[in-house]
Write a protein that binds this ligand. Structure first.
Ligand code: MRU
Length: 347
């Protein structure tokens, strides 16, 4: 993928990641050596996107394990669970974070000694990262079949390289279509307030050479009315068993507009984003600081001081607005209640 590095890598006990708050000005890799550094990176969105956060969680546990490999098993395990508790509270909506923690917990075999436990954890974290790349490439391969020459695709937020380890979900599909020589054009909505669309998706698609147009979030309805958009592809932070989609705030608005204008609305996500246990009311929607709204990129103030602000980071799209969900196991069409377990292979 030419110029783009992996979003997150493990190197001798250190977790390295692209600092996404600096994009598109700088493509800088930062090194994290402590839990607090990684927690700060997750909370301040230096690393973001559901799959990338999941990998960051796994690597954080691996890092702490490595740092305590010479401790007694009791100390090692207590350090690991202390870390897990901290990570759980970092960003509540993305399913992948909790999924990655569960995967790591499963490989902790208390019959083994500290060194073996640590090795198992590190290997599992590395496997989680590698699987993410492979799943996304498969999503790209499967999903690109939905794209035709001449499509004008709308995407939102960043569901690409930087939201994953390498290939991206919704943008992986777009990337695959482009690499298969499909003549496409992508509309990117800015994605207030963190501007992941303008800063990160535009950077990423430009690096790939894909023709793009940046638009404001509030232009989407008019663009659809003018028939400028033929398909929508977005990512997801969590998907429930009935096909309810949690994604960046504003996704629901796009889904409703798509339905009104008869435009296919596709969601791309790996199986690791599915949460088949929770119901809508069980899922916490992250609320972020007022600063993100009253200041552009938390810096330049645009609103008066001392006003009320409500800053939900995600919204909920009911399944009736979703045309299909593209996973590494296949495309899931409605009725989602029946087809999600069928395609994911869970009966
Ligand atoms: O707040 P963010 O930037 O972490 O939100 C990211 C999204 O909403 C993405 O669409 C989602 O995580 C899917 S990324 C493959």
């Amino acid at each position: 993928m030419g110029k783009l590095p992996r979003t997150i890598i493990w190197e001798n006990g250190i977790v390295k990641m692209v600092d996404q708050t600096l994009l598109p000005k700088k493509l800088k890799i930062i090194e994290c050596r402590t839990v607090d550094e990684i927690l700060d990176a997750i909370k301040s969105m230096k690393i973001r996107g559901a799959p990338a956060i999941g990998v960051a969680a796994a690597m954080t546990i691996a890092m702490v394990a490595k740092q305590n490999e010479n401790e007694s098993k009791q100390i090692l395990i207590s350090k690991i669970y202390e870390t897990i508790d901290k990570i759980r509270n970092s960003r509540p909506t993305a399913r992948n974070l909790f999924w990655a923690i569960e995967r790591i917990i499963k490989v902790i075999d208390l019959r083994k000694d500290s060194i073996q436990i640590v090795n198992d954890i590190i290997n599992e974290a590395l496997r989680i990262a590698e699987e993410d790349v492979l799943m996304n490439m498969r999503i790209g391969e499967i999903g690109e079949k939905l794209i035709n020459d001449g499509d004008n695709i709308l995407t939102y937020c960043n569901a690409g390289t930087f939201a994953t380890v390498y290939y991206g979900t919704a943008l992986g599909i777009i990337r695959s279509a482009w690499r298969n020589n499909k003549k496409i054009h992508v509309f990117i909505a800015e994605t207030r307030p963190q501007l992941q669309g303008a800063r990160i998706t535009a950077f990423e698609l430009k690096a790939e050479g894909i023709p793009l147009t940046l638009v404001t979030d509030n232009a989407i309805g008019f663009l659809m009315q003018k028939k400028k958009i033929s398909k929508v592809f977005v990512g997801a932070d969590r998907i429930l068993c009935d096909g309810t989609i949690y994604n960046k705030i504003g996704t629901y608005t796009i889904a409703v507009l798509s339905k009104v204008h008869n435009i296919p609305f596709y969601v791309a996500a790996p199986s690791t984003t599915f949460d088949l246990q929770s119901r809508v009311d069980d899922v916490k929607i992250e609320e972020r600081s007022a600063d993100e709204v009253v200041k552009v990129l938390s810096r330049y103030r645009i609103a008066p001081k001392s006003i009320n602000v409500l800053n939900y980071a995600f919204d909920i799209t009911p399944p009736s607005y979703v045309t299909g969900i593209i996973t590494e196991k296949g495309i899931i069409l409605p009725p989602f209640n029946e087809n999600i377990p069928k395609i994911l292979g869970i009966s």
